[in-house]
Design a protein around this ligand. Structure first.
Ligand code: NDP
Length: 358
């Protein structure tokens, strides 16, 4: 079996301080196990929270090779099967798989797994970037558009953090389902460029957070929502800024919070509950995964893969970084090279996701 190069931590803390590359021998294949070779994994905000210790799903600290009580970082990714135990059915060498649940530890070149850990996906016409970012962002967007409001064609959804991975998936899935989106992004020097990009992937309207607050209800979409209002709000950012978005929702509609990128509490005036009767929900993909059968997850993935094949869901804007494969087995060099990539994933206004290709 090959040697594994992995990004690990043995205690929670700031990622740049606690992350450490290690190398170890992949254990031999058993009749019921699989050997995986990771192709690519993204760096998602929740991966960072998990390393910091502020994410509810705790990593799996265990012994890997001669390293005791370490956890491999990363929750999402795509791998190719390179070994299949004699008793494993329905999976074969060469298949592409994504992770069946969180906390697998995807920032590594290879891994041992069981068939339950993974879900096979077709790889024709999908590509590595989409496969590596399939299970978190598009699935969250899909569920939030489906599960909280009975949206009809022509309805309007409003979201902040619209250029996030989830936000981009919301725009495209909504477009495929003939649902309109009003998209809020933070003001920035290249606002127009980002606005044009989001429109090119299907955004109906794009507005900056500053304009949303300044415009005093004279919005370009007002003519389109007469008689129906805005049916659903999706909150990626939290903080006080959510007020101006929530005020635009129609009576009794849901506002779904799935992120707190501002790292601020969600602030909402009581009048929106008392008079507008808004319904506030939290969404967490991991909870949905625990509460629903694997078959429903597979059905959702198939729907999303179909959208990809129809060219309705593009690659999320990301920067691809090669790590591990070409580096020699020197843990210091591997750590340093990884941290260079990692730093780009936490830059302000980074504009793209960092993807590690192994
Ligand atoms: P990305 O890294 O793709 O995007 C991050 C987004 O956050 C960008 O739109 C960025 O905008 C914005 N942002 C960053 N810092 C701030 C800030 N201080 N104030 C306001 N906006 C900010 O992330 P993902 O799409 O992967 O995830 C987005 C959020 O959704 C995260 O909080 C993540 O944890 C959460 N999430 C939750 C899920 C769930 O199941 N509940 C599932 C998936 C994601 P800018 O370009 O302006 O910096």
């Amino acid at each position: 079996p090959p040697k594994v190069k992995a990004i690990t931590f043995n205690k929670h803390g700031p990622p740049t301080e606690v992350l450490r590359a290690v190398t170890y021998q992949l254990p031999p294949l058993t009749p019921t196990s699989l050997h995986l070779k990771f192709l690519a994994s993204p760096i998602n905000p929740s991966d960072i929270n998990q390393i910091e210790g502020v994410y509810p799903i705790k990593p799996n600290f265990k012994t890997l090779g001669e390293h005791e009580k370490i956890a491999v970082a990363g929750n999402e990714g795509v791998a190719q099967i390179i070994g299949v135990g004699d008793k494993v059915e329905d999976l074969k060498v060469g298949d592409w798989v994504v992770m069946g649940k969180s906390a697998f530890g995807t920032w590594r070149t290879h891994a041992e797994a069981t068939p339950d850990d993974v879900i096979r996906i077709p790889h024709e016409g999908i590509g590595i970037v989409k496969a590596a970012t399939l299970t978190v962002n598009p699935c969250s967007a899909y569920r939030m558009l489906k599960d909280f409001a009975a949206l009809k064609e022509g309805d309007f959804v409003i979201q902040n953090g619209a250029n996030s991975g989830v936000g981009q998936a919301v725009i495209q899935i909504a477009k495929a389902w003939n649902i309109n989106t009003i998209n809020i992004i933070r003001d920035r020097p290249n606002f127009q460029e980002l606005k044009d990009y989001l429109k090119s992937i299907g955004a109906t309207y794009v507005i900056s957070d500053k304009d949303l607050q300044a415009k005093n209800h004279e919005f370009e979409w007002n003519k389109d929502i007469v008689g129906k209002g805005i049916a659903l709000g999706l909150n990626c950012v939290s903080g006080k800024g959510v007020i101006s978005m929530a005020k635009l929702l129609r009576h009794s509609s849901p506002l779904v919070t799935y992120g707190a990128m501002s790292r601020q509490p969600l602030t909402i005036p009581a009048s929106l509950l008392i008079f507008t009767n808004l319904k506030f929900f939290g969404f967490w993909m991991a909870r949905w995964g625990n509460e629903n059968p694997r078959s429903k997850r597979i059905e959702m993935l198939n729907d999303i893969i179909e959208l990809i094949k129809q060219d309705k869901l593009r690659d999320v804007v990301c920067e691809e970084n090669i790590w591990g494969v070409n580096d020699k087995d020197d843990d210091d060099v591997l750590t340093r090279n990884f941290l260079e990539i990692f730093k780009k994933a936490v830059e302000e206004f980074r504009g793209k996701k960092q993807l590690i290709k192994m």
